[in-house]
Write a protein that binds this ligand. Structure first.
Ligand code: MRU
Length: 347
């Protein structure tokens, strides 16, 4: 099953509902703007690149129901729908990046008929999707140069095929290397509170035949101290111009530990996740989620009394000085990131 599938014949968009994994592998149809917004907000589709790809198809599907033949009116209605989808989650820049690409493609063709602009939107959504497949493969190839057969790799959250299109970013080198007969021992942090590591990373790696061991987030220190981890690979939701990187909550703690034990800590992500408009991590908006997720999600009974306060930020920022390298589809950036990241966009 593909995580995001556009059925061209019936003009319908389906996603695998990631919130049901690993117990249920179910496709759901995204028809209305509200269903699409909810799918992103409720993490039915999640992971920065996958959110971008899905949002692009969503906007195309919504464009089919804009009832006008006037191109200017069509554009302003399209923009409203893009703004609505964009408000679903704030941190992963791929969401606004993909929607902006779609809206600009429409804008560039504003003198054309509505039918033609819809065709352009479909081509743009397909391009965002297929480019991501290519990017993941290139990231995986570059990432593979950083590890050797037999290495232990620790990862946090899920940056695998479900979060992208194919291979993934942080899991890409592991899956590609495995296909080529290499063996890795992967430690997957469960990733509280929404358990992307337990529910999705261990699921993807186990199914791919990778030797994966699930650990609670607070066990990362122990496996590192034991000498079982030779590299940390994680994804990213937004990389600032100076290399400060927002990723799933808990990532920064892993980076601090890796530094303590002298283990290289790598961020893997496409250039679409780099946001040069954010000078530093302080400029990145961090999503705060419903505090009840901490007490109630995935538990049969609430794990704290009613009235106990909870703080539930979905991401944290890892300072650039904790990051050994940032692996993109264009190559591996090294410090100082202000220079190496800017160079990616000059090429
Ligand atoms: O809240 P999520 O599950 O969307 O968070 C996902 C992550 O933090 C991933 O590491 C990141 O988006 C990279 S996915 C290739």
């Amino acid at each position: 099953m593909e995580n995001i599938r556009y059925d061209e014949k019936n003009k319908q968009l389906y996603i695998i509902d990631q919130s049901l994994l690993p117990n249920e592998e179910k496709e759901v149809l995204l028809n209305t703007a509200e269903e699409m917004y909810d799918a992103i907000k409720a993490l039915k589709v999640r992971g920065a690149p996958a959110i971008g790809i899905c949002a692009a198809y969503c906007l195309y599907v919504l464009s089919l129901n804009i009832k006008t033949e006037n191109s200017d009116d069509f554009y302003s209605e399209l923009k409203k729908r893009a703004d609505y989808l964009n408000s679903s989650r704030p941190t992963a820049v791929n969401l606004s990046w993909a929607l902006n690409r779609m809206v600009s493609a429409a804008n560039k063709n504003s003198s054309e008929t509505v039918e033609y602009i819809r065709k352009i939107l479909y081509e743009e959504a397909k391009a965002i999707h297929s480019e991501d497949i290519e990017m993941c493969l290139r990231i995986s190839e570059f990432g593979l140069t950083l590890v050797k057969d037999g290495d232990g790799i620790l990862t946090h959250c899920n940056a695998g095929p479900l979060a992208t299109s194919r291979y993934g970013t942080a899991l890409g080198p592991i899956l590609l290397g495995t296909e080529r007969g290499m063996k890795f021992h992967v430690f997957a942090d469960e990733t509280r509170p929404l358990l992307q590591g337990a529910r999705l990373t261990s699921y993807e790696l186990y199914k791919a035949g990778v030797d994966v061991t699930l650990i609670c987030d607070n066990m990362a220190n122990t496996v590192m101290r034991n000498g079982w981890v030779q590299a940390v690979f994680v994804g990213c939701d937004r990389v600032a111009a100076n290399g400060d990187t927002a990723n799933k909550i808990g990532t920064c703690g892993v980076a601090v530990l890796a530094k303590h034990y002298g283990i290289p800590f790598y961020i893997l992500g496409p250039t679409s996740t780099i946001d040069l408009n954010c000078k530093t991590g302080a400029d990145i908006e961090i999503e705060e989620r419903d505090p009840e997720e901490i007490k109630k999600k995935f538990y049969a009974k609430p794990m704290a009394l009613d009235g106990v306060k909870c703080f539930n930020p979905a991401f944290d920022v890892t300072d650039n000085e904790l990051i050994t390298g940032i692996v993109t589809q264009k190559g591996i950036c090294r410090p100082p990131y202000t220079e190496s990241l800017a160079a990616l966009f000059r090429e």
